[in-house]
Design a protein around this ligand. Sequence first.
Ligand code: GDP
Length: 454
Amino acid sequence: MNSTISAISTPNAAGGIGIVRLSGENACEIADKIFFSSSKKTLKNANGYTAHFGKILDNHQTIDQAIAVVYKSPKSYTGEDVVELQCHGGLFVLQQVLRLTLENGARLAEAGEFTKRAFLNGKMDLTSAESVMKIIGAKGKEAANAAIQTLEGSLTNEINEIKSSLVNSSATLSAWIDYPDEEIEELQSDVLINILKTSKKKLENLINKFDAGQAITEGINTVIVGKPNVGKSTLMNLLLQKNRSIVTDIAGTTRDIVEETARVGNVILHISDTAGIHESNDYVESIGIEYAKNKLSTATLFLAVFDGSKKLDEEDYKILELCKNKCGIAILNKADIGKIISENEIYSYIKNVISLSAKENDSLKTISNAIENVLGTNNFDSTAAMLSNERQLNCCKTALSCINEAIDGLEIGITLDAINVSIDAAISPLLELTGERVSEAVVNEIFSKFCVGK
Ligand code: GDP
């Protein structure tokens, strides 16, 4: 039997209403020991989906007036009996009510335990459970929209389609291999290749959209690089639409890394404005430079700034070299005072080049268009199925590599039983993605990131 859990489900702050939630076989009995309805009816005898006005008492002393909402198994969020005690939203009152539930037989819920129970009781699959935290943490319309779509099954449906075509192929192959005497029609290799290629395309589509999805919903690590005095801090301020970085004409003013989050177009950027990357004898500054190089190596997007009104010098070329083969944009700044550098000089290092003046507010549009282009978010459909975390991404990547193995094998004529091993290996990570076959450790890891009370 699962123990009955209890937690404050509303934020840890004063509010109009605060909720203590109980879930488990004894939820009603425990609530009946502390909550007394005006109608004298017990919650144990109440129907599901009913609300009851009454008092919460501690040894005959009134702690609060409250409404108890009752849900009966299996028709509840967790699939178990659930009671929500809706109190006045004072923290002290809620803590008293929580204490009473614990003293009367409930156990304090662990982080995410309500949702974990919903998953374990089959109320939702793992991708939907993960989307619950995304809804809570959504920072904008697109992020909330994407999370709701996942909760409603957009990703699960897409994965289930891929999975069922692989399972069907594997079942036919197994029958043909295992029962050679039965008259089971052999699956033609060109038919099988087509099925596998369709699955491959669907997985590639999900994988390729991952970075764009992350940029829109979670934000991506972005670094601004460039030698001193080219306008990095001015650009940072333009992106943030405020004066956060210190702008001076003394080279090397930004010594440490300034980190901020900005919404630029439909993308969220977690931006580091670095000390100018250049050779320096100044010890403090050179620490900053090393840090900047590290940031560049780990950032998803770079914005490399150059003073477009001056010729590229040796230090600019060092920066261009560092940016080669990475995802980002070269910004030829100070266009208002002339443009000497041509895009052609940059293209062999960085494919995306724009020219602007970071001092002018209109430049924000130029840079946000360029960022949306580079990240592929300009036509992003947040209602379509999308992967929302690294776990899901890795499951798809593993499945894709097994499908590729099967396709390659078929093309060079490897035996069908060997192909079937690769197809089975592709199904496994998809079952893990939806949570149909997932280790306890992975489940625990996922829900440990939730907040208590959810
Ligand atoms: P950083 O050292 O790269 O961070 O450069 P800053 O942002 O501190 O700018 C250095 C100097 O260049 C300051 O005097 C800025 O006002 C100036 N500056 C920055 N952007 C522009 C621009 O687009 N046009 C002009 N004319 N000056 C700029």
